[in-house]
Design a protein around this ligand. Structure first.
Ligand code: AMP
Ligand code: ZN
Length: 468
C-alpha cells in the first residue's frame, strides 16, 4: 500500500516495523462539546485507513486519545460550574454514540489524558535530564526548541526565524510565531480546581505532551503511523515529535498522514468560526449516518471537501441505487453458494477497487469501482444472464468492497431496524390473512401499507417490506 507521508512529502510504500502489524495513533477529540462533521471528516478518514489496512491483511492496533484536560475543557467546566470529569463525561459518551452512527470501527484503546498524568510527568523529567526543558518564572515548564536540531522537520520550519528564548504559552499558534512551547503549565486562577502535583510545582500538562506520552505508553517509543487533520500538523504533531524524540533519541513515527479540511463556503468548518454542523444537527434533519459517511469519505482525503446539502442528496440517491442492486442480487442468489470466480467485468471492478485503495486511499476511484460493479450487475440481472451462484459471488465482492467503505452493510441493518412497529404489525396481519387464504383481507392490508408509504413483496423467504 502506498501512502502519502507528510514527513517526506511524497508517496511511500507502507512498511511496518513488526511484519503484518500496524501500530496507529489517531489524535482524538477534545471533549468540551459535540464533535462537528469537520472533526468527523478526520475520524472517517482514519476509519477508512484502518479498514484499508485490515482489507490488506494487516493486524491493526489503533490508539485514539480523549483530550479531557486543556484550555477549552477547563473553560467549559468553569462556565458550567461542575468538576472537569463531570463536564467531559457526557461529551465522551456522545462521541462514542456518534462513532456508531457513522459506522466507525472502534479503536483498540481510548486513553483519557487525565488518566495518564504520571506518564506525562515522567516524560517531562526525561526532557529535563536531556537538557531540553526549563522552568519559567510563572512555574511553567517549556521545551527548548533551539536545542533539538531536528525541530521543524515535519512542518518544514525555517529555523532562521528562531528567536532564542521566545515562548508561546497557548496550545495553538501559527507557524510564523513559533518558539519554546509549554510542556507543563503552572497553575493559575483560571484553572480553578484542575491541578496536579509535579516536581516543578502544581499545574497541568500541555496538550502536545498528552499525545506523546499516551502514544508511547500504548504503542512503544517508535511506531508506524500517526494521523490527524492538517491543522494538527503544526504545532501539535511537530511538538509531539520533539517531545518523544527529545526524550528517547529514537525516531517517533515512520509515517504521518493528514487529511485536508471540510469546508463550508470556502472556509474551514470550525467551532470558532461558528459555521459548523454537528452530526446530531444532520441526523435531526433526517440524514442517515451512512449518507453523511458517504459524503465525508467520497473525496480524496488530501483535498479540501466542500460540505453541501446537494452532496447529501447525491449520496442518498447513490446509496439507493446500491441498495436496490444488493437486494436484487440477494433475491437472485437466494442463499446459493458463491461461484468460484466472477465475470470479467466484475473482476475488473474488483481490481480497480483494490488499486484505488492501495494508491493512498483514493476513495473517489474506489466508489467508481463499486458503481461499475453495480451497473454491471444490473445489466446482467436484466439480461437474465446470472446464475444464482454468480449472484452470490457478486454479493461477496460487494461485501468485500464494503469492508473498506462501510456504507452498505450497516445500512442494511439500519433499514431492517427502521421499519416502524405499526408497519410490521400490518405486514404480519397480512401474512396471517394470506395464510388463512383471506385474499381480500390481504389485499386490503397491502393497500393500507401502500397508503402509509410501504410496499410489500412476496418472496420465497416470506414477505419483504420496502419504503416507497
Ligand atoms: P479537535 O477536537 O479540535 O482537537 O479536533 C479533532 C480532529 O478533527 C483533529 O484531527 C482535527 O485536525 C480535525 N478537524 C478539525 N476541524 C476539521 C475540519 N474542518 N476538517 C477536517 N478535520 C478537522
Ligand atoms: Zn494529538
Amino acid at each position: 500500500m502506498q501512502v502519502y507521508n507528510s514527513l517526506s512529502r511524497s508517496k511511500e510504500e507502507l512498511r511496518t516495523i513488526e511484519p503484518g502489524h500496524v501500530k496507529l495513533y489517531t489524535c482524538g477529540p477534545t471533549v468540551y462539546n459535540f464533535a462537528h462533521i469537520g472533526n468527523f471528516r478526520a475520524y472517517t478518514f482514519e476509519d477508512v485507513l484502518r479498514r484499508a489496512l485490515l482489507f490488506d491483511g494487516f493486524r491493526v492496533t489503533q490508539v485514539m486519545n480523549l483530550t479531557d484536560v486543556d484550555d477549552k475543557t477547563i473553560r467549559g467546566s468553569l462556565a458550567a460550574g461542575v468538576p472537569l470529569k463531570s463536564f467531559t463525561r457526557p461529551y465522551i459518551q456522545a462521541f462514542f454514540d456518534d462513532l456508531k452512527t457513522l459506522n466507525i470501527q472502534p479503536a483498540e484503546h481510548y486513553p483519557a489524558a487525565t488518566d495518564h498524568i504520571p506518564e506525562m510527568i515522567a516524560l517531562v523529567a526525561k526532557l529535563f535530564e536531556r537538557g531540553l526543558a526549563y522552568t519559567s518564572e510563572d512555574g511553567s515548564v517549556y521545551f527548548s526548541v533551539g536545542k533539538l536540531p531536528g525541530y521543524g522537520k515535519l512542518a518544514h520550519l525555517d529555523r532562521e526565524n528562531l528567536r532564542a528564548g521566545a515562548r508561546v504559552a497557548q496550545d495553538e499558534y501559527e507557524k510564523e510565531s513559533y518558539g519554546d512551547f509549554a510542556l507543563w503549565k503552572g497553575w493559575d486562577a483560571s484553572d480553578g480546581e484542575v491541578v496536579w502535583e509535579s516536581p516543578w510545582g502544581r499545574g497541568r500538562p500541555g496538550w502536545h505532551l498528552e499525545c506523546s506520552a499516551m502514544a508511547m505508553r500504548y504503542l512503544g517509543e517508535t511506531f508506524d503511523l500517526h494521523t490527524g487533520g492538517i491543522d494538527n500538523l503544526f504545532p501539535h504533531h511537530e511538538n509531539e515529535i520533539a517531545q518523544a524524540e527529545g526524550a528517547t533519541g529514537k525516531p517517533f513515527v515512520t509515517y504521518w498522514m493528514h487529511c485536508a479540511h471540510l469546508r463550508v463556503n470556502g472556509e474551514k468548518m470550525s467551532k470558532s468560526l461558528g459555521n459548523f454542523f454537528t452530526l446530531r444537527d444532520l441526523v435531526d434533519k433526517g440524514w442517515s449516518g451512512r449518507e453523511i459517511r458517504t459524503v465525508l469519505i467520497n473525496g480524496h482525503y488530501r483535498q479540501a471537501l466542500n460540505f453541501t446539502f446537494d452532496a447529501l442528496d447525491a449520496a442518498r440517491a447513490a446509496l439507493a441505487r446500491v441498495d436496490e442492486c444488493v437486494d436484487a442480487l440477494g433475491e437472485r442468489a437466494a442463499g446459493a453458494a458463491p461461484a468460484e470466480g466472477v465475470p470479467v467485468w466484475a473482476a475488473e471492478a474488483r481490481d480497480a477497487f483494490a488499486a484505488a485503495v492501495h494508491d493512498d486511499l483514493n476513495m473517489p476511484e474506489a466508489f467508481a469501482a463499486l458503481f461499475a460493479l453495480v451497473r454491471g450487475s444490473n445489466s446482467a440481472l436484466h439480461a437474465g444472464a446470472l446464475a444464482a451462484s454468480d449472484a452470490a459471488a457478486l454479493l461477496a465482492l460487494v461485501d468485500r468492497m464494503d469492508s473498506v467503505l462501510g456504507v452498505i452493510r450497516f445500512g442494511r441493518a439500519d433499514r431492517a431496524a427502521a421499519v416502524p412497529a405499526e408497519i410490521t404489525a400490518l405486514a404480519e396481519a397480512r401474512a396471517a390473512a394470506r395464510a388463512a387464504k383471506d385474499w381480500a383481507g390481504a389485499d386490503r392490508l397491502r393497500d393500507e401499507l401502500a397508503a402509509k408509504g410501504w410496499e410489500v413483496r412476496d418472496s420465497k423467504e416470506g414477505q419483504k417490506l420496502k419504503k416507497l
